[in-house]
Design a protein around this ligand. Structure first.
Ligand SMILES: [Zn+2]
Length: 304
């Protein structure tokens, strides 16, 4: 990642969590919609994950997989060989049971002690299943506060990827320490940007599956970012279940499922052949960035 490369780096991340999950009043963990059934379902997640991993393989793309630990356990119990399927990808943590840490919907914010308990358990479960170190963290609903950040730093995570930041003149996609939470842990933020009508959009692909946006808009966003965020990272995010069920948990019909897969494939294939960008895992980007940063400061020291 030397300065003369002038590439935009693009990461595909997956939030692998229960189908159409939803925070629930009065409890920390999430349930699948409709929550009145009191159930956790991962059938759509399983099918969507299989399909997405197939597409990533077909286009030779290494991605970052943020696993909710409970979902990973359920998928393994259902016969999925997650360690083999995830082999080329980064394995990161997306909580234990998709807890509403800040209590925004549950009404019961979690104390630092229980945050530490559940995140420790999540990390242990994932490291046990995948037999490797888990370095990245993304909070459920992408909501973090100082207590969450303190806990993940204490547990040895190397980066967080929960914040959303407007890509542009102020921020060009580079990692930054979470100073606003009084922490040195690095943030690999998700970008927000404007569509052709000047309306704000995010790099979460949910709006495609809910029929609110077209896949071309995301390809256009990367073309724009390529010019203004050189050496920066553009992180996409996908919920695998969303290929098969909508946010309310209603199954898509066969035609819609095909459309969803085609849209995802359209984006991946366009990114893969785009000039001036390189696709990589978030941990790879972070390691390269840290290395070039160290080289920069060493050069400065030897000059002074
Ligand atoms: Zn999630």
């Amino acid at each position: 990642m030397t300065k003369n490369h002038e590439l935009l780096y693009v990461a595909i991340s997956l939030d692998i969590d229960p189908d159409a999950n939803c925070a629930v009043e009065g409890r920390h963990d999430a349930l699948s919609s409709p929550v009145r059934h009191g159930k956790i379902r991962v059938e759509a997640c399983k099918r969507g994950l299989q399909k997405t991993l197939e597409l990533l393989d077909a286009y030779d793309i290494d991605a970052t997989l943020f696993y909710e630990a409970r979902t990973a356990q359920m998928l393994v119990a259902d016969g999925m060989d997650l360690p083999v399927l995830s082999e080329r990808h980064e394995v990161s943590c997306h909580s234990l049971k998709h807890e509403d840490y800040l209590g925004k919907v549950s009404g019961v914010p979690m104390k630092e002690e229980s945050l530490e308990e559940t995140i420790t358990k999540a990390k242990d479960i994932l490291e046990n299943i995948f037999k490797r170190d888990v370095k990245g963290f993304r909070a459920p609903y992408t909501r973090i506060n100082q207590a969450v950040v303190r806990v993940i730093e204490r547990l040895g995570f190397q980066y967080d990827s929960s914040e959303t930041v407007a890509l542009g003149t102020e921020w060009k996609g580079n990692p930054f320490p979470l100073e606003k939470f009084d922490s040195d842990i690095l943030e690999l933020a998700l970008p927000s940007f404007l569509d052709s009508k000047g309306k704000k959009m995010s790099s979460y692909l949910w709006a495609i599956f809910e029929g609110q946006r077209g896949s071309g808009e995301y390809v256009d966003a990367v073309l724009w970012a390529r010019d203004i965020a050189k050496n920066g990272l553009f992180v996409f995010s996908i919920h695998p279940w969303h290929l098969y069920v909508d946010c309310q948990g209603n199954p898509f019909n066969r035609e819609q499922v095909q459309k969803n897969r085609d849209n995802l494939e359209y984006i991946l294939s366009h990114l893969k052949q785009m000039h001036g960008i390189q696709m990589l895992r978030q941990d790879t980007y972070m390691e390269n960035w840290a290395r070039s940063h160290r080289a920069d400061s060493d050069a400065q020291i030897s000059l002074s």
